[in-house]
Design a protein around this ligand. Structure first.
Ligand code: EPU
Length: 337
């Protein structure tokens, strides 16, 4: 089924809660709806929107916005080792995590409470607490309007990296992700190595899927703003990956600076939140925009009246202050429209 909404304010449909007008929003439930949508509603440009948890709108959207609504979870195959599932792009990500934890299936628990829809998960390869969506994704199904048909891309062809995928590059604006398939494991594979996770899990009675999910939810609730109350898009910036030499010079000056190895031994990942915090910006605000007071990587719509352009002006100021102090450029993780 297709539902069309015309000339509406997208404030309630984007997590930053900025007010902009959308000329047309088209929601669809089934894959077969897409052919009709492209025949009847699309003449030129279009875009896809999930929960808009990672999009900052800076202007009205004059072309159609397509929104997948399929929330179905199908079991494709199951054996004593694990389960393969196909999940509709429109399902809320955390509902999938809750579903997997309830069934004793391992793999997604560290990604508890990440806002957004399943269809957005492969786009930026969502990650948290030592896990990434790519660890469980086996393929991504999509509609490819240029070809007029559906394509399934195996995970190894999705170009997954740290907050990266082909969907942000060669396939950007060219496909509509309709479903994602995952492999989840029946044997315990706890990932407790990140930050406070192990301590929080122990305090709940030790390793179990439920305890890991509860621990991660508790950590996230203490550090990240509640989108239902305060507009934000999670981490506004990516953690910068820098040359090992530069990281070593900085560690000599700031021995407490968090740093993480990457797949490339010559590159080191730094914590943008720590860099912003060290600039004294945590909790700082100007006008309607601020740096969250418990996690400096998150920019917030402090008054509810921020415009996308105000957020960008503020973000540029934060980037400049960090570059002036540390000589490091931090890039936006959020998609700016
Ligand atoms: N830090 C500070 N001050 C801050 C924020 C962080 O000193 O204001 C320090 C922390 O103490 C820690 C380090 O920086 O030593 C890293 O902080 P944290 O563990 O909070 O994680 P992060 O690197 O800032 C990333 C993800 C988050 C994810 C967490 C946990 C990115 C861009 N962000 O943040 O993802 O929840 O790790 O795994 O990679 C998101 O993408 O929206 C998001 C919230």
């Amino acid at each position: 089924m297709i539902r069309v909404f015309e000339n509406i304010d997208i404030c309630s449909r984007n997590s930053f809660k900025v007010h902009q007008q959308a000329a047309k929003i088209i929601e669809f439930d089934c894959n077969s709806d897409l052919t009709e949508i492209f025949a009847q509603h699309i003449t030129d440009k279009w875009m896809v929107m999930g929960g808009a948890n990672n999009i900052l709108f800076t202007c009205d959207v004059k072309y159609p916005i397509i929104v997948p609504r399929n929330e179905k979870i199908e079991i494709l195959c199951e054996n004593e080792l694990g389960v393969d599932i196909r999940v509709g792009a429109g399902l809320e990500w955390d509902e999938l995590v809750a579903w997997s934890v309830e069934r004793g299936l391992w793999g997604l628990e560290n990604l508890s409470l990440i806002p957004g829809k399943v269809g957005a998960a492969p786009v930026q390869n969502i990650g948290a607490y030592g896990a990434e969506a790519k660890d469980c994704i086996t393929s991504v199904e999509m509609f490819f309007p240029e070809q007029g048909g559906f394509v399934t891309l195996a995970a190894e062809h999705c170009g997954f990296g740290y907050r990266e995928s082909v969907f942000k590059h060669t396939l950007k604006g060219r496909v509509i992700i309709t479903a994602v398939t995952f492999h989840l494991s029946k044997s315990a594979q706890p990932k407790l190595g990140y930050g406070d996770v192990e301590r929080e899990v122990e305090s709940r009675g030790g390793v179990s899927l439920t305890n890991i999910r509860e621990a991660i939810c508790a950590i996230r609730r203490t550090k990240l703003p509640d989108t239902a109350i305060t507009g934000n898009a999670g981490s506004f910036f990516k953690n910068p990956i820098v040359e090992r030499n530069l990281a070593e010079q900085l560690i000599a000056i700031y021995p407490q600076m968090p740093h993480y190895p990457t797949a490339d031994p010559e590159k080191v990942k730094l914590a943008a939140g720590w860099l912003i915090d060290q600039c004294g910006l945590k909790g700082y605000s100007e006008g309607n925009v601020g740096v969250h007071n418990r996690q400096a990587l998150v920019l917030i719509n402090t008054t509810g009246n921020a415009t996308g352009n105000e957020v960008i002006t503020f973000a540029k100021k934060v980037q400049k202050i960090v570059t002036d102090k540390f000589g490091i450029a931090i890039e936006a993780e959020v998609n700016i429209l």
